[in-house]
Design a protein around this ligand. Structure first.
Ligand SMILES: [Mn+2]
Length: 393
């Protein structure tokens, strides 16, 4: 017999589907949350079952279970841990650990892609285009490569996963992988996925107006409370507010925080580690410790959300050498304009002794320090008229 303990997200369940394809009725599968795995592992170890081959995929165990698993393996237990999170790299010290973040071609792995390689290499699964395509969709979704490649099929597969139950998803996908040469969605799935895409868009639009800026340690965080669509939300808000180092998504019901960044020079796995969590450099998470609660909830709850930049302007545009006008939540106006090769700043018609090498640097400074937003054309014209009057006095 085989036992597979895996994550309860798309990548984790992808591992379960591959295990079903390889082992059929011979495998017993449990899907777990990040916090739920250790209980399952200690329960398994308590059984002293030496005839079952244990796979752990897409998740890693705590120190205590790490020791117990090592002991189980030493005394003849069969065991394989497969993961792609860099916070799990230390499991490579064990014969039973296989943690690889990047493949040989410099592409990021997912647990499903690693398990697929493993099963094919050990002649437990016959490779087939439809399975390879399925594995690649999951890999691209899990690593966010789908976005760079505009691979919306990968995103849709994840949406479908959350629209139906895990059992239904597994059943449908098993059938599809067994009966077809290539991977495709049905017409009905395409229709409901279109509805779902629209729903996500509306949700993000609403959450964009609730984002709170807060400096935590050396980083500027964007904090938002949300129960759903964490990946999409983290990514869209990150792109809307590039002056923020990362987006922290608070799920109060689940008592968890997810961290997402779009910046290469910010590693959110380090942020999550501070609160006992982990993950990737661009996406990580932790449970809500009391310190995390204090910094992300208590300290932010009374703050005003960020205002959105005006989107329909014809005159007050970003990067205009003559000036782009912002307002702070204290009601002050900031004009960012170019003079020779520098960008200078004026506060309520008075020039400040600050200069920036680029427009983006200047904007980042005023957004971080004064919580400013680009104001509408009408307000821009008012400000210019005011300046004109002042100059006549
Ligand atoms: Mn994964």
């Amino acid at each position: 017999m085989y036992k597979l303990l895996s994550h309860n997200d798309l990548d984790g369940v992808g591992c379960g589907i591959l295990a079903k394809l390889a082992f059929g009725k011979e495998v017993n599968i449990r899907y777990n949350s990040v916090g739920g795995l250790d209980k399952e592992v200690s329960w398994f170890l308590d059984q002293k079952d030496m005839d079952t081959f244990l796979f752990i995929t897409d998740l890693s165990v705590n120190e205590e279970n790490e020791k117990r698993l090592a002991e189980y393996f030493r005394s003849g237990g069969n065991l394989q841990l497969i993961d792609h999170h860099k916070t799990a790299l230390h499991f490579n010290e064990y014969e039973w650990g296989h943690v690889v973040v990047e493949n040989g071609e410099g592409k990021l792995n997912s647990a499903t892609s690693l398990l697929y390689e493993y099963l094919v290499k050990h002649n437990l699964l016959t490779p087939k285009p439809v399975i390879e395509e399925f594995v690649e969709l999951i890999r691209q979704y899990d690593t966010w490569e789908w976005e760079e490649n505009d691979n919306y099929e990968a995103h849709r597969l994840n949406s479908l996963f959350y629209l139906i139950s895990i059992d239904e998803f597994v059943e449908i996908m098993l059938e599809r992988l067994q009966d077809n040469e290539h991977f495709q969605f049905s017409d009905f799935e395409k229709k409901i996925l279109e509805l779902e895409d629209n729903k996500i868009e509306r949700y993000i639009r609403r959450k964009r107006r609730e984002l709170i800026q807060h400096k935590i340690d050396s980083y500027y965080a964007g904090v938002v409370f949300a129960e759903m669509y964490h990946s999409e939300l983290g990514n869209e808000l990150g792109k809307d507010y590039p002056h923020l180092d990362y987006i922290a998504i608070i799920n109060m019901g689940g008592r968890r925080i997810g961290f997402r960044t779009i910046h290469d020079d910010v590693d959110v796995s380090v942020v999550a580690q501070k609160y006992g969590g982990g993950g990737h450099s661009k996406a990580s998470g932790c449970t809500m410790s009391s310190e995390a609660f204090k910094q992300f909830v208590e300290e932010t709850f009374h703050l005003d959300p960020l205002r959105e930049d005006a989107r329909r302007n014809k005159f007050n545009l970003k990067g205009n050498p003559l000036g782009s006008l912002y307002r702070s939540n204290e009601g002050k106006n900031y004009l960012l304009f170019r003079k020779d090769e520098y960008w200078l700043l004026e506060e309520n018609h008075k020039e400040l002794t600050l200069s920036f090498p680029s427009f983006d640097d200047g904007e980042k400074f005023i957004k971080r320090n004064y919580q400013t937003w680009l104001i509408r054309d009408e307000e821009f014209v008012e400000y210019l008229m005011e300046g004109y009057k002042l100059s006549k006095k």
